[in-house]
Unconditional design. Structure first.
Length: 585
């Protein structure tokens, strides 16, 4: 091979790797919302998890990307270790799709319709469509499809360039002598593992093997161990991605390695035994792109059949190799996985899950503060303060993560949901601040031995019941998508506004009559103001949720139109006015 052929090979390899990376990234971006939906439907069932891993990998064309995502899911609590094992096994089968696509380069026929299946025939058409979509439209979704087509075209042109560059090695004795080393299966496994670990893509390394097969000097006996090694080498990406993660995430990456090691060991042992016992002349025949794709699929399917029933054993091994630390401190985990930024829709799902945890914590804090009003306890006060600090941490960590995520190339839907979550974070954090103000008022009442009148306590009980229904309904609407409850938040907020004004007027009347002290009046005023503001933030959250499906964030316009034109709003206001009616003076 002369110098210029080497340059052609390097250029083809660069185009191939770039095209594969580009296509995979944009497929992942376009399929983001679907990936989130698939993730949401995951169960602990082996078959469901297996199909999920296979489908996701077939879509984004990279088992490494899938397993890295799985490590991120486990690290952030979106997936259990057992679910992860099933998905990882499925990913190994899904990655074989790429080899089948690349095998099209080996089609040889004079038939016109068969010729159309050759990449050299249809890839230029795809490239033309891709560039027209990319340059001829401003719509992001169409531009993304254009980039996918261009990435695929680049990949296939790179594949053709590599095949052309090495075709001259067909009769090169030096190249043939080098390849004879790989007649040793262990050397073949090592070569496949090292190559894949370097380029961090088993699909790409299979493609390189398919390109080299165009020389006619790669035999089936050489290619099978190399394919086995490629499955081990792809674990490098997952192991690197698990650095700095929690124990379960590291176990998930270890399961990927154990699965491939055990599968390769078992199949390689059978392969070597068959070569030693049986005459297999087929192993000496030249491999082509098609037979390599067949071997790649057969090996991964055989590993799956062998290992899928042993998922409990894989989980046991991972737990034994990375055991729990009995001395590790137990604390609330508030962390986001940076690795998931590569898949924005999944990163947003992670943030939404953590925001839901924050919402529940804030409402628990409010309930504790209201309980302290009835029966003050220092433990309740400490709990409210602790949960307020947690809310601050949630807002800081998630807020900064979402801001960084927003700098990525997001779809319109993901961008809007990111903005919505940033708004919602602030509202939930403010609810925890108001809970602190309420528990401070409870402490002041207890320390100064101040008591509200019987009428004031009854009125406060009605207000707090309305506020807690509004707060609990907001959490339900946000965490569980409760549309029926979402429609009730704004009428409840309106009812609390009316209650606050009425309670303020009644308390002024009691003060004028001398039945309530001025000091109690100040605490009362602060209390009802804080409680009313809790429902204001609930209203903000509800409006964000209601406007999100309409690709809008115009909260003020939404509430204005709702109060003016919605007959259901008026009916619900009347219902709550009756439910939370005050006693006659």
């Amino acid at each position: 091979m002369d110098f210029f052929k080497v340059l052609e090979l390097v250029g083809g390899l660069c185009l191939f790797l770039f095209g594969m990376n580009l296509m995979g990234s944009y497929l992942e971006k376009c399929a983001g919302s679907r990936l989130k939906g698939i993730l949401g439907r995951l169960t602990s069932g082996k078959f469901t998890g297996f199909l999920t891993g296979m489908a996701v990998t077939a879509v984004i064309q990279s088992s490494s990307a899938t397993t890295v995502m799985v490590v991120g899911f486990v690290n952030s609590g979106l997936m259990t270790l057992r679910q992860a094992i099933n998905v990882i096994i499925g990913a190994n089968v899904g990655t074989t799709v790429t080899a089948w696509i690349l095998s099209l380069t080996g089609i040889e026929s004079g038939n016109f319709f068969v010729q159309l299946l050759k990449p050299s025939s249809f890839v230029p058409v795809l490239a033309l469509i891709g560039i027209l979509l990319y340059m001829g439209t401003k719509k992001n979704s169409r531009r993304d499809v254009g980039v996918i087509l261009l990435g695929f075209a680049t990949l296939m042109f790179g594949m053709e360039a590599m095949s052309g560059a090495v075709s001259g090695l067909r009769d090169d004795p030096t190249f043939a002598s080098i390849l004879t080393m790989f007649d040793n299966p262990l050397l073949g496994v090592a070569a496949g593992a090292v190559l894949t670990a370097i380029i961090q893509s088993s699909s790409a390394s299979v493609g390189i093997l398919q390109a080299l097969s165009s020389t006619g000097q790669i035999t089936l006996g050489m290619s099978v161990p190399i394919i086995m090694g490629q499955n081990i080498g792809t674990c490098a990406t997952t192991l690197i991605s698990s650095v700095g993660t929690n124990r379960n995430a590291r176990r998930a990456s270890l399961v990927h390695l154990i699965f491939n090691l055990l599968g390769t060991t078992a199949i390689l042992s059978l392969f070597c035994l068959a070569r030693a016992v049986l005459p297999l002349p087929i192993l000496s025949e030249s491999a082509d792109a098609f037979t390599i794709a067949v071997c790649h699929s057969a090996f991964n399917i055989a590993c799956t059949v062998l290992m899928l029933p042993l998922t409990r054993l894989l989980e046991f091994l991972a737990l034994r190799l990375i055991p729990e630390d009995p001395n590790a401190p137990v604390e609330k985990v508030i962390e986001v996985d940076e690795r998931l930024m590569a898949t924005p829709s999944i990163a947003i799902a992670q943030c939404r899950s953590l925001t839901a945890d924050m919402a529940r914590s804030c409402i628990d804090s409010l309930q504790s503060a209201l309980t302290a009003l009835e029966s003050y306890d220092d433990a309740l006060r400490d709990r409210v303060y602790r949960e307020e600090k947690d809310a601050d941490r949630y807002e800081d960590i998630l807020g900064s993560y979402l801001v960084r995520l927003n700098s990525h190339d997001l779809s319109e839907t993901d961008s809007l949901e990111t903005a919505s979550l940033l708004h919602v974070l602030g509202d939930f954090e403010r609810i925890s601040d108001h809970a602190v103000n309420v528990v401070d008022a409870a402490q002041e009442l207890w320390e100064k031995n101040i008591a509200f009148t019987g009428g004031a306590r009854r009125e406060l009980a009605i207000l707090t019941a309305a506020v807690m229904e509004c707060a609990a309904g907001t959490v339900s609407a946000f965490c569980y998508g409760d549309a029926a409850m979402l429609a009730r938040i704004e009428p409840l907020e309106h009812t609390v506004d009316k209650l606050k004004e009425e309670l303020r007027a009644r308390h002024i009347h009691r003060m004028q009559q001398g039945s309530c002290s001025i000091e109690a009046g100040f605490i009362w005023s602060d209390l009802i103001t804080n409680l009313e503001r809790v429902t204001d933030h609930c209203s903000n959250v509800a409006c964000c949720l209601a406007e999100l499906p309409h690709n809008s964030m115009d909260v003020h316009s939404y509430t204005r139109n709702l109060r003016r034109n919605d007959t259901d709003f008026a009916a619900l206001c009347a219902e709550y006015a009756e439910k939370y009616a005050l006693d006659e003076k």
